[in-house]
Each structure stands twice: as structure tokens, then as C-alpha cells.
Design a binder for this molecule. Structure first.
Ligand code: 4AD
Ligand code: MG
Length: 477
């Protein structure tokens, strides 16, 4: 049987219980009190050492970061701040940690510093809480789809097609850069490459998920996706995880219902199962807010924000309505957006999205029916010939968190849209086959997992919610 975790021990009421625990030392005070953490909770268990009973040389090795094994009695604590503690009978140092060089000292470190030490940052309270929440959200996502009749589908990572038609792909090649095979007209000869053609890391599993929706009915993918977009922002990664449900016989209204129900369900899950970590992160944010001017402080705490999302309807607004609202709005004292909303057809910038969500509607917003020209080729054209059945979900503090659409199921119109942006029919013959054989209305969306983790943890930078972030000029670890 496995020994209990710190989390389990701390919720024990029974005193005088023989226990044993392994973990990492956070601090060792007065040669007597070890604060021990094993990753199961932000709380440490206090291990009390009677130093006269232990070898001095052994106690010297109990330093911050060291891995230790403790056996003793779980007793009611005399000190403040914890109900129980361990009276240590046996102590073993499993792995030493040189206090001179160990990067994670028992003090406040900046997130920048911790990013440089991403291999050790989960030994801090903030990052262990964030990553436990990430794990819990991931479980909640699988649980939701499993309970709602979806099949989990694994989309390929290496693909020959550009799902978004946006050209933001990382090439995959086995060719020797110094000795590239060339065709007669001097171009790289990809027929000599591993797959005999140009291939990329996937930007989205959607097109493959569509093929499965058109046979299994309700499917979803949950896997890594890659974008070579040079956006050095706090919301973009070059490698991120995406959840993409795809459903046959479902239109855009059904897609919005699904997305809203799904988002509420996974957030409810963490509110119910990760209370301690959420309360810790909420307090962290409140401390951060204290130093801000009053006007910039959030009027809701982290848990209030999460509750708000689960308890209120998302506002559904068409792109055209949104443009009207933005044109007639005064976003700040200067009464101007940096990017002016001049004409119908322009893409919304994040300042516009955030204005709609945070200042105007003050709740999550689903924007739909976007101009065809600013959206992907696969979205279903509306009867007006100008807009497509796209939807983006915007969240407070995050901006776009979900992008989705009803798909173009009519072969002739799909071909026109592909031709308009020069996608060769040969590249997507299999995708077009879905429209040739038993085509039907179908829809789906993509949720950026890290943006969800940001929302649920209140973390302000996407680099701090994924174990090893990949961003321009950075693929350390
Ligand atoms: O809006 P996007 O590009 O949509 C698609 O890829 C569709 N094929 C999805 C579908 O309909 N099945 O991306 C979907 C979401 C965005 O809303 C955003 O949350 C996230 O993926 N995302 C990113 N997250 C982190 N870093 C990036 N570079 C991201 N690009 C998109
Ligand atoms: Mg998008």
C-alpha cells in the first residue's frame, strides 16, 4: 500500500498515528521544525525533530530542497497554523540539496526568474497550485465529453495540410540542411524527403476531426498544436494544447450551446475539486492588486469570477452589432481606441474584444457571423454572401478563448472559397470527399487550453500555465 500524502495527513484527525512520508524540505527552522512538502497540497506538514536524538551531521543535510524520508507519530500540533504535525522518530536524507546553489530559496521569486528555472518552479506554491489545476481541468474536459457521448479522437501531429490556411506552420523535414536535394529548376526536392512531400506540425486537428464526426457523430480531440506566428505576447505560445469537439448534424446555435455548457461544466469542476489551490491563488492575486491604483483593481476576486461565469448566460452578439457598439463607444478618457473601428469588415483587435467583454457587457461574449474575408476557408457562408457562421468566445481578462464555426458542407461553395485563397484541391481531396459522400450540417470549435488555465488560475502570462513554454527564441528544457 502507498503511504499517505501530505494532503491526506493534514486532513487526519486521529492523533498518535504511526505515519511515514517522503517529500522535499521547504525550510528547517531552529534545528527543530521541518516544513515538508510532497506536491499534493500547497500546505506543508510540520515535522518536529528532537535534535538531541539525531546525529548533527545528518541534521546539517536537512536543507531547503533536499528530499527526505520521515517516520514518526502524527500528533495534534502545539503550534499555530496547523492541526497536526509529525513527531519525527526516523529521518533519512534521500537526496541532498546544496543550499548555496539551490535556485528555489524560501523567499518570493519573480515569475521571470522562475521561468528560467522551469524545471524546478513546481516546487513553489504558486506553480504547484497552477499545475494541479491544469491537471484537474484536463480531467474535467475528458469527463465532460465522456459523459456526453463524445469519442476521443487522436488527430495526427504531422500533417500535409494547413488546417487554418494561414501559413503559420513549422516545417517537418528529415532532409540534411547542408546537402538539400534540388529539382532541375533549383527548388528543394521534397519528393526526396521522408514523406515524399512537404509536411508540417499541425496547427489544428479540426479537418481530421471533421472526418471522424462524419462517421462517429460526436468526437473531440485534445492534443498539442503548433503555430509559427511571431507573436511575443502574454497570450500566445508556439506550442499549445487545443480541445476541439466536432459534431455532425449540429448548426451554429447548437455549437454555441455546447461551448457554453462545456465551459461552465469544467469551471464548475475545479470550483468543486480544487478549492484549496483556488483560494491560495485568489489570495496571491489580492496581494498583487493591493499595490495597484484603485481604478485598476478588479471588482471581483478569482473565485467570484469563476462563479460568475458558471452562473450567467454568455452574451451572444453578431459581429455587425459589435461593430456598431464599438463605433458608438468611448473606451477611455481619450475616448479613442488605438485601432479605430472605421469600417465593417475589419478584424477586431484585442482592445476591442476586451472593451466588449470587460466594459460593455461585463460578461463572457460569443461573437458570431463574422465577415468571410477575415475568417478561415472552411466556415459556412451565410445567405448574405458576406458573412460566415463563425463564432469566437471572449472571456474577461483573456480575450478570445474559443474559436469555432459551422462548417461549409456544400462542395461547390467550399471549392470557391478554397480557390479564392489558393488552396489546391489536390491537397484537400479527402476533405472534399466528405462533401461528396453523405455531406451534412456539422460544427465544432477549438478551445485554447492554456487560455482556459489562465482564466481559472488568474495567471497573467501564458508562459506560466504550461510546464515548458515554447515562444519565439525560446525552447529551453
Ligand atoms: O481560433 P483558432 O485559430 O481556431 C482553430 O484552430 C479552429 N480550427 C478550431 C476549431 O474550430 N476546431 O484557435 C482556437 C483557439 C483560440 O481561440 C485560442 O484560445 C487558442 O486556440 N489559440 C492559442 N493559444 C495559445 N497560443 C496561440 N498561439 C494560440 N492560437 C490560438
Ligand atoms: Mg481564432
Amino acid at each position: 500500500m502507498q503511504s499517505p500524502t501530505v494532503s491526506e495527513l493534514l486532513s487526519q484527525n486521529t492523533s498518535l498515528l504511526e505515519v511515514e512520508i517522503k517529500g522535499w524540505v521547504r525550510t528547517f527552522r531552529a534545528n527543530r521544525f521541518i516544513a515538508l512538502n510532497d506536491g499534493s497540497t500547497i500546505n506543508n506538514i510540520q515535522c518536529v525533530v528532537d535534535f538531541e536524538n539525531f546525529d548533527e551531521a545528518l541534521l546539517k543535510r536537512v536543507t531547503t530542497g533536499a528530499a527526505i524520508h520521515v517516520k514518526g507519530e502524527l500528533v495534534e500540533s502545539q503550534g499555530k497554523g496547523q492541526k497536526v504535525e509529525i513527531q519525527v522518530k526516523h529521518l533519512e536524507v534521500l537526496g541532498d540539496s546544496d543550499p548555496e546553489t539551490y535556485p528555489i530559496q524560501p523567499k518570493k521569486h519573480s515569475f521571470e526568474f522562475l521561468r528560467e528555472n522551469a524545471h524546478l518552479r513546481t516546487r513553489t506554491n504558486t506553480f504547484s497550485a497552477v499545475m494541479r489545476l491544469r491537471s484537474s481541468l484536463s480531467f474535467a474536459i475528458h469527463k465532460y465529453f465522456n459523459e456526453n457521448g463524445f469519442y476521443y479522437m487522436h488527430a495526427p501531429i504531422i500533417t500535409g495540410s494547413d488546417a487554418e490556411g494561414a501559413g503559420e506552420m513549422f516545417k517537418v523535414s528529415s532532409l540534411d540542411n547542408k546537402n538539400l536535394p534540388l529539382t532541375e529548376d533549383g527548388k528543394v526536392d521534397y519528393t526526396k524527403d521522408f514523406f515524399g512531400k512537404e509536411t508540417n506540425l499541425t496547427v489544428s486537428g479540426q479537418l481530421e476531426a471533421e472526418t471522424y464526426a462524419m462517421s462517429l457523430g460526436k468526437v473531440y480531440t485534445f492534443g498539442p498544436t503548433f503555430r509559427a506566428e511571431n507573436s511575443n505576447t502574454s497570450r500566445h505560445l508556439a506550442e499549445f494544447w487545443m480541445i476541439e469537439p466536432e459534431v455532425a448534424f449540429m448548426d451554429l446555435a447548437g455549437n454555441m450551446d455546447l461551448a457554453e455548457d462545456f465551459m461552465k461544466s469544467v469551471i464548475t469542476h475545479v470550483l468543486e475539486h480544487n478549492r484549496e489551490d483556488l483560494e491560495f491563488l485568489e489570495k496571491r492575486l489580492l496581494d498583487e492588486e493591493k499595490v495597484k491604483p484603485q481604478a485598476e483593481r478588479s471588482d471581483m476576486s478569482l473565485i467570484e469570477k469563476l462563479n460568475f461565469v458558471t452562473e450567467n448566460n454568455f452574451k451572444r452578439v453578431s459581429y455587425t452589432e459589435a461593430i456598431d457598439i464599438l463605433r458608438n463607444s468611448k473606451p477611455n478618457k481619450k475616448k479613442k481606441f488605438k485601432y479605430l473601428v472605421e469600417e465593417w469588415g475589419m478584424d477586431l483587435q484585442s482592445e476591442h474584444e476586451r472593451f466588449l467583454v470587460e466594459k460593455h457587457f461585463k460578461c463572457p461574449v460569443i461573437l458570431f457571423d463574422y465577415p468571410a474575408d477575415i475568417k478561415a476557408f472552411y466556415m459556412r457562408l451565410n445567405d448574405d454572401g458576406k458573412t460566415v457562421r463563425a463564432m469566437d468566445i471572449l472571456f474577461p481578462g483573456i480575450g478570445e478563448i474559443v474559436g469555432g464555426a459551422q462548417r461549409e458542407e456544400r462542395l461547390d461553395i467550399l471549392k470557391q472559397r478554397m480557390a479564392a485563397i489558393d488552396i489546391p484541391e489536390e491537397d484537400l481531396w479527402w476533405y472534399m470527399d466528405l462533401r461528396k459522400y453523405g455531406t451534412a450540417v456539422h460544427s465544432g470549435f477549438g478551445l485554447g487550453f492554456e487560455r482556459l488555465v489562465m482564466f481559472a488560475t488568474g495567471m497573467g502570462n501564458i508562459r506560466d500555465v504550461i510546464p515548458f513554454p515554447r515562444t519565439p527564441q525560446n525552447a529551453e528544457f
